[in-house]
Design a protein. Structure first.
Length: 377
C-alpha cells in the first residue's frame, strides 16, 4: 500500500471504532452539491501529485487531492486535455471531487461524461482497506466496473485516493458561432437538425439576453472540418479568446444568467433538468426562460424550491429528471425538498447494496446522495 494512503486508512479505522460519521472533502468547491454534508471532515488535501503520466499512451494517474487547475496545466504542456471539461467551481477544485461529483462541462454531449474517462481507481473503503479497481488501459476493464461507479458517488463508498484517467489531444481547430435572434424552439430544432449531420459539433448554449434568444455553437476538430462547418452553418464567428472565456464561465456557472441563485436573499433555486435532446420546449409557469446546454439535453431553470413537484412532473413527462442543483445556504436546511429525484426501487436497492458492501459501518455520509434511506429508520 502506498504510504501516502496510510493516514486516511488509519483515520477511517479509528472512526469505525468510535462510530464517528465522516464526510469526505477535497477543496470544498462542491459542498453545495447534493444534500447538506454531515459528519466530521475527512480531508484529502494531503493526497496530491501526479503519480504517472504517459502522454504517448493518453493516460494520467493522479492523487485525489491534486487541484484540477494543476492537472489541466500539466496536460496543456503536452497539448492534451480532459475533453469532458469538468467544472472547477473555484480555485480549490480537486481531481477526487471531480470524480465524486461526476459533473461534466459544456462538451459532455459530444465527448462523453467523467465516468467514460475513468480507467482505474484506488479507494479506501469503510473498513480502512485500500482497494484498487480497473487499470491504466481500457482493455483492463472486466466484470463490474467499480472505478466508474465512483463517478457521482459523492463520497458514499469511500475515499477516492487515486484515479487513472484517459486524456485526449487538444483539437487542432476551434470556432464559436453565434446565432441571434434565435428563439428557444428554433434553437432546439437547429441543434437536432445539425446533430444528424457530419459536423464537428462540440458544445452549445442557448439563453435569453436583453429579451432576445441567443444560440452559441462551438465546433472542434480538424482544421478543414471546422472551416467547412463555419462556411456551411453561417452565423457570426466570435473571437476565439473571448469565446473561450465565455465557455469557461459557462462551465463554472459564472455567467450573469446564474448569478441570482447564489445570493443569500435569493428566493429562486437553480434547477437542472436532464432530458432527451429531442425534448420540446418546456415552459414552466412563473419562471424565466432557461439556459440550455448539451444540444438540448441539459436545461437550467430558476424557480423556488417549493415548486419541486411541478418541475419534476414536467421533467418526467418529457422523459427526464430534475435536480435541485443549487440554492442559498440560508434556505438549504429549511426547505425539506430532496436535491435529487427519487430513484426507482431497483436502482435504490443497488445503491444501498453498494454502500453496505463498501461501508458496512455506515461511516460515510450516504445521506449526501440519498436524502431518505429506509435503513436509517
Amino acid at each position: 500500500m502506498d504510504s501516502a494512503f496510510h493516514p486516511i486508512a488509519e483515520r477511517i479505522r479509528a472512526a469505525a471504532a468510535d462510530a464517528t460519521p465522516l464526510r469526505i472533502r477535497g477543496g470544498g468547491t462542491k459542498d453545495f452539491h447534493g444534500e447538506v454534508p454531515r459528519g466530521e471532515v475527512l480531508s484529502t488535501a494531503a493526497l496530491t501529485g501526479i503519480a504517472s503520466y504517459e502522454p504517448s499512451e493518453l493516460v494520467v494517474t493522479v492523487r485525489a487531492g491534486t487541484p484540477l487547475a494543476e492537472l489541466d496545466a500539466v496536460l496543456a504542456e503536452q497539448g492534451q486535455c480532459l475533453p469532458f471539461e469538468p467544472p472547477h467551481f473555484g480555485a480549490g477544485g480537486t481531481v477526487g471531487g471531480m470524480v465524486a461529483a461526476g459533473l461534466s462541462g459544456p462538451a459532455r454531449a459530444s465527448v462523453g461524461a467523467v465516468r467514460d474517462y475513468v480507467l482505474g481507481a484506488t479507494l479506501v473503503n469503510g473498513r480502512g482497506e485500500v482497494l484498487s479497481f480497473g487499470g491504466q488501459v481500457m482493455k483492463n476493464v472486466a466484470g463490474y466496473d467499480v472505478s466508474r461507479v465512483l463517478a457521482g458517488s459523492l463520497g458514499t463508498l469511500g475515499v477516492i485516493a487515486e484515479v487513472s484517467l484517459k486524456v485526449l489531444p487538444v483539437a487542432p481547430a476551434e470556432a464559436t458561432l453565434e446565432f441571434a435572434p434565435c428563439s428557444q424552439a428554433d434553437a432546439l430544432r437547429l441543434l437536432n437538425e445539425w446533430g444528424g449531420r457530419p459536423l464537428p459539433l462540440n458544445a452549445s448554449c442557448w439563453f435569453e439576453h436583453a429579451g432576445a434568444g441567443v444560440l452559441r455553437l462551438r465546433l472542434r476538430g480538424a482544421v478543414a472540418a471546422v472551416e467547412a462547418a463555419c462556411a456551411h452553418l453561417g452565423g457570426e464567428r466570435k473571437d476565439n479568446a473571448r469565446a473561450a472565456a465565455d465557455w469557461q464561465a459557462l462551465r463554472d456557472q459564472q455567467l450573469p444568467w446564474f448569478a441570482s441563485t447564489d445570493r443569500p436573499e435569493a428566493k429562486d433555486a437553480l434547477w437542472r433538468l436532464s432530458l432527451p435532446q429531442t425534448a420540446p420546449v418546456i415552459a414552466l409557469e412563473g419562471t424565466t426562460a432557461p439556459l440550455i446546454e448539451w444540444h438540448g439535453g441539459q436545461r437550467w431553470y430558476k424557480a423556488p424550491p417549493e415548486q419541486a413537484a411541478r418541475i419534476r412532473e414536467a421533467a418526467h413527462a418529457a422523459g427526464g429528471h430534475a435536480t435541485l442543483f443549487r440554492m442559498p445556504a440560508s434556505r438549504a436546511a429549511e426547505t425539506g425538498v430532496p436535491r435529487f429525484d427519487a430513484l426507482s426501487a431497483p436502482v435504490a436497492r443497488i445503491h444501498r447494496a453498494l454502500m453496505q458492501e463498501f461501508d458496512p459501518h455506515r461511516l460515510f455520509d450516504r445521506g449526501r446522495l440519498l436524502a431518505h434511506d429506509p435503513a436509517d429508520e
